[in-house]
Design a protein around this ligand. Structure first.
Ligand code: NAP
Ligand code: MG
Length: 500
């Protein structure tokens, strides 16, 4: 690992204009409004530890206001928009975001610490998501169904939007992540109240304004910033919210399930992970080494489906480890606005403390720290930077193999044969991602079929396409993202029996 230079760290003029506001208000019914209580909170730049912006600290009363606006919009003019009009809107949104993406990259980089190089690469994914949802706006169909009823009864199903959606968003990639909700809302005719993470709300606020300028009617997309305990909980428990889309920790997921019971909300929960990335002896290591490394270190390890348990067949552990440690030298840790940076900081001091505590836990459990393990000092000392870290000799009983660390820490875990690798992969409470690297199609398929997880990659890691989708199982949650199955969760099905 090396660190990048500290040159050219000014954000773009447009991003600077947005960031220079004294306070970032809530976005309700097409208007920027302060919290009812007048309270504010700050968000930091994790590259510097400095205050980046002041945000409205919304609470229950603000969530009430936003839900009211979303309900009014749901019943109003928006409900008369045709599929053609909603598709045209999504295409306009795509065009505007295409033009404004660099501004959003800078805001996101400064707010949550992902490097601009990584964020720029996500533009193509966002454009695909918007194309996908634009196509889905035109693809909502019911069925005519045969029946065994007496007389002349005609039967069919109709699809209709579920209503007001609450979107509770994590900090690890809100710029793109919000579009799993926003895209489906615009395509289906629902409306939404979004509650972004306290530590990274700015790209969600900015996108809501841009969407409104692009023609999204007032009240269709609302944003209430504020703490999870107040604003997030109020949204999850709100009696007039029909559905919650949540991404975040398993623990918060449980509390959202509990809060949702009052009015039996529909839920989609994407939670934690501890994915196994299985490298077989016949793998092409030229690809498997960088692939497995970036399967963990991308976004500084702050990705739910990160393949943090790297299972390596015993006969190649030494060679794999040697190549991995050489690859680690190519990673460049630095501030998010530095174009040469490949790994930014972690989100906060408390996240950094948590991740560093796992370095101690791993060593106390008998794992061997092969590289990294330290906070970065000097020029980067005021930010939340740490060295990307690799543990060797990890066994599946260790806490570092069982608990989600959510930081740049990779564990190498040896295995003897493929059945053992599958058993280790499955010995986890989570089931989100996973991969296998092998030149044998039959080995790869055996692993794909054997691992109990929502998503598997073969000879690659982390590809997501809305046409294909992904999901989790076990403690990683439920609710498919992508494909028509995703859209279906923003719709309800009405059965119709007509005696004509
Ligand atoms: P978190 O605490 O669950 O926060 C996620 C969101 O939920 C934030 O907007 C948060 O608001 C809000 N929240 C917190 N408590 C709430 C409550 N009681 N009711 C309603 N909303 C509440 O997650 P985190 O610690 O920020 O993120 C790290 C964890 O999330 C990791 O475990 C990671 O695996 C998981 N994660 C999973 C995915 C995925 O795609 N599966 C993606 C990202 C993160 P505040 O920010 O104000 O607390
Ligand atoms: Mg921040």
């Amino acid at each position: 690992m090396t660190t990048t230079s500290q040159q050219n760290l000014a954000p773009s003029e447009q991003a600077q204009g947005f960031l220079s506001r004294d306070e970032h208000h809530l976005f309700i019914d097409g208007e920027k409004v302060p919290a009812t209580s007048g309270k504010t909170m700050t968000t930091l730049n994790p590259s510097t530890g400095e205050v980046l912006a002041r945000l409205a600290a919304g609470d229950q009363s603000d969530v009430d206001r936003a839900v009211l606006a979303a309900r009014k919009a749901f019943k109003g003019q928006w409900s008369t928009w045709t599929p053609y009009e909603r598709q045209a809107l999504l295409m306009r949104v795509a065009q505007v975001l295409d033009e404004r993406f660099e501004e959003l990259v800078h805001i996101e980089a400064m707010d949550m610490g992902a490097p601009v190089s990584r964020l720029r690469n996500t533009k193509a994914t966002l454009m695909k998501m918007l194309s996908f949802f634009a196509s889905q706006a035109m693809s909502i169909t019911g069925e005519t169904l045969m029946n065994g009823l007496p007389g002349d009864v005609t039967t069919m199903t109709l699809k209709a939007p579920v209503g007001v959606v609450g979107g509770i968003i994590p900090w690890n990639g809100p710029l793109n992540g919000q579009f799993w909700i926003v895209g489906a809302v615009l395509a289906s005719g629902c409306t939404a109240v979004l509650k972004p993470a306290s530590e990274a709300s700015l790209s969600v606020l900015r996108v809501a304004e841009i969407l409104h300028e692009a023609g999204v009617p007032a009240g269709v997309i609302n944003v209430v910033t504020g703490s999870g305990k107040e604003a997030g909980h109020a949204l999850a428990a709100h009696p007039d919210v029909d559905r919650i889309a949540f991404t975040g920790s398993t623990q918060t997921g449980r509390s959202i399930i509990q809060a949702s019971t009052a009015n039996i909300k529909k839920l989609q929960l994407e939670l934690g992970g501890k994915s196994a990335d299985i490298v077989c002896a016949d793998a092409d290591l030229e690809k498997a080494v960088p692939g497995a490394a970036m399967g963990v270190f991308a976004n500084s390890g702050q990705i739910c489906f990160a393949g943090t348990r790297v299972l390596v067949q015993r006969s190649i552990v030494d060679e794999f480890t040697e190549r991995l440690l050489a690859y680690m030298e190519t990673l460049r840790v630095g501030r998010s606005l530095d174009a040469a940076t490949t790994l930014g900081p972690v989100i906060s001091q408390s996240q950094l403390d948590t991740v560093l505590s796992y370095i101690d836990i791993g060593q106390n459990e008998g794992a061997e720290l092969l590289c990294g393990g330290q906070r970065l000092e000097g020029e980067l000392g005021s930010g939340y930077f740490m060295q990307p870290s690799v543990f060797g000799g990890v066994t599946n009983e260790m806490r570092i193999a069982r608990e989600e660390i959510f930081g740049p820490v990779l564990s190498i875990m040896p295995f003897d044969d493929v059945d053992e690798a599958i058993a280790i992969a499955n010995d986890s409470e989570y089931g989100l991602g996973g991969a296998v690297w092998s030149q044998s199609l039959s080995t790869a398929l055996r692993v794909v079929q054997g691992v109990h997880t929502g998503t598997m990659w073969v000879n690659c890691y982390g590809y997501i396409d809305p046409l294909v989708g992904f999901s989790g199982t076990k403690l990683s949650g439920y609710g498919y993202k992508g494909t028509a199955a995703h859209m279906d969760t923003y719709l309800y099905t009405k059965s119709v029996y007509m005696q004509l």
